[in-house]
Design a protein around this ligand. Structure first.
Ligand code: NAD
Length: 484
């Protein structure tokens, strides 16, 4: 059985920055896969709009190459590619000037859903919003999609929100965090709120602590100069890790609707306690045998920007009082892994005399690689010799449980773009959420800047600086092994 596909309404999707890296690597190959699955109606179109001076034919060639490079196995389906490319148009547009806007206005239809993907730097958001309005290309029903980074602090995020609000209402603005589009992230909500088993245990009576790890093997490479202005806190924690934290910690919403879910996420962010400086470890990777150090990549020998961060946080509410949330993320680490782990408390008393180990139930939710979940449970070790216990995983990996149905699961970008067309904002960040997240991270970053905080070094291909281990060891706990 293949995953059920419900076609969306016909649409015109304009991708500003349609020739850029994100459009070629993620957005267009993702749209192609949705086209293949039958989700894109016959008369829907994708219109690339960017600075490059090419025509629609040139754009189709560019996107054909992009699909061949980044589209995965579908590259052999030449007939399907040709049909998909027929849906593509291109208009050279200058976001800051008037060039191309009248042509775009003539092309975009008013009797279909209109969506505008701002796949450009945030410095252009205001110009695009203004011109979409003045050229009457967008109306009250149109949607805009904006990419991270959404600001670099509270003040700039507020400014961006105000700029967009001049021409678009909040229910038209889709702030993408692609982590929210992952199948497992939604499954986390299904598991929490669709089963009787988990929710009664989901609190400080039964949960010892929670870990969130997003480890990347890649270093900052050629993006060093850009990354150096941001660092792991702005690039990963303020958005992706905090969103995961919200989903794991939020109260059950009254229904699975956009505002009900986002209201609950916002409450989590607002309940986050300020983090003590000694509960944060920042790191920078050193040079490897044949790889450059962070500072060499950043081309800044005195850079204090972190390429790794580990922190211990607390949420001040009844459910989570006293439960530490350990988060870490970094570049140039040993494996590429994104995982949330809920470690339950151990039993206060064991009736099995032969067994002297501490056994724990551990629920791990794997976002990548191999999306899935497993629950560690304790059973009897098979065979004679008394009641010795072992811990085994109850594997809930979707690919095995669901067979073919799991194969056609859309990736995060595909799913989120289709949600935009459907008008479903549940998996997008609301403006007040983004601002609340900056409000929590700003004082932390300002503290480092005021103290000239120097990150600890770590070896590339490791699990981060030694101090990150101590951060959790001091509490008598340990990080989950980073295993790909
Ligand atoms: P890019 O530099 O590869 O592409 C930028 C695009 O914007 C190009 O198509 C260019 O023609 C267009 N553009 C630039 N100035 C313009 C102007 N004045 N008028 C019209 N078009 C103009 O950038 P990218 O990597 O594709 O990233 C786009 C946005 O997405 C950025 O905000 C980035 O931070 C964000 N983002 C990118 C990635 C990624 O993987 N590349 C991931 C997450 C977020």
């Amino acid at each position: 059985m293949v995953a059920r596909v419900i076609p969306v309404e016909p649409f015109d999707l304009v991708i500003f920055g349609g020739t850029g890296d994100l459009a070629r690597r993620k957005i267009l190959p993702g749209l192609f896969r949705r086209f293949l699955s039958g989700q894109m109606p016959e008369d829907s179109r994708i219109i690339g709009a960017a600075r490059s001076d090419i025509d629609s034919a040139g754009y189709r060639v560019m996107i054909k190459e992009a699909i061949a490079e980044f589209g995965g196995e579908e590259k052999s389906e030449t007939k399907a590619i040709a049909k998909f490319l027929d849906r593509l148009e291109y208009v050279p547009v200058d976001a800051r000037g008037e060039g191309g806007w009248s042509e775009l206005a003539a092309l975009v239809r008013s009797d279909v859903i209109r969506a505008f993907y701002f796949s450009v730097g945030p410095g252009l958001f205001g110009d695009l919003a203004e011109r979409l309005h003045s050229y009457k290309i967008a109306d009250r029903d149109s949607r805009i999609v904006v990419e991270k980074p959404f600001g670099r602090d509270l003040a700039s995020a507020q400014e961006l929100n105000e700029t967009l609000a001049e021409h678009f209402k909040e229910d038209q603005i889709y702030r993408i965090d692609h982590y929210l589009g992952k199948e497992t992230v939604q499954n986390l909500m299904a598991v929490r709120f669709g089963n009787v088993l988990f929710e009664p245990l989901w609190n400080n009576h039964y949960v010892d602590h929670i870990q969130i790890t997003v480890a990347e093997t890649v270093d900052v490479g050629g993006r060093g100069a850009y990354y150096d202005k941001s660092g792991a806190m702005r690039d990963m924690v303020q958005n992706h890790l905090m969103q995961l934290l919200c989903l794991i910690a939020m109260e059950p919403p009254s229904q699975f609707g956009a505002d009900a879910v986002r209201d609950e996420k916002l409450k989590v962010i607002r309940a986050l306690e300020p983090v003590e400086p000694h509960h944060i470890v920042r790191g920078q990777y050193e040079a490897g045998e044949d790889s450059k150090s962070y500072r060499e990549h950043a081309e800044n020998p005195r850079s204090f920007t972190e390429s790794f961060i580990a922190m211990k946080c607390h949420i001040s509410n009844w459910r989570w009082a006293g439960v530490p949330f350990y988060m870490r993320t970094g570049k140039a680490m040993s494996e590429r892994v994104s995982e949330i782990t809920v470690v339950f408390k151990d039993l206060g008393h064991s009736i099995f005399e032969e067994d002297d180990k501490r056994h724990r139930n551990i629920l791990s939710i794997r976002l990548q690689p191999n999306e899935g979940m497993d629950l560690q449970v304790t059973i009897k070790e098979p065979g004679p010799g008394g009641m010795r216990l072992i811990d085994v995983p109850l594997d809930m990996t979707f690919a095995e449980a669901l067979g073919d149905e799991a194969e056609d699961v859309p990736d995060a970008y595909e799913r989120l773009i289709m949600d935009v067309i459907r008008g479903n904002q549940t998996l997008f960040m609301r403006g007040d959420e983004v601002e609340a997240a900056w409000k929590w991270t700003d004082p932390i970053i300002q503290g480092w800047e005021a103290r000239n905080d120097v990150p600890k070094t770590y070896e590339p291909g490791s699990s981060g600086p030694e101090d990150a281990m101590l951060l959790i060891h001091r509490d008598g706990r340990k990080w989950r092994e980073i295993k790909g």
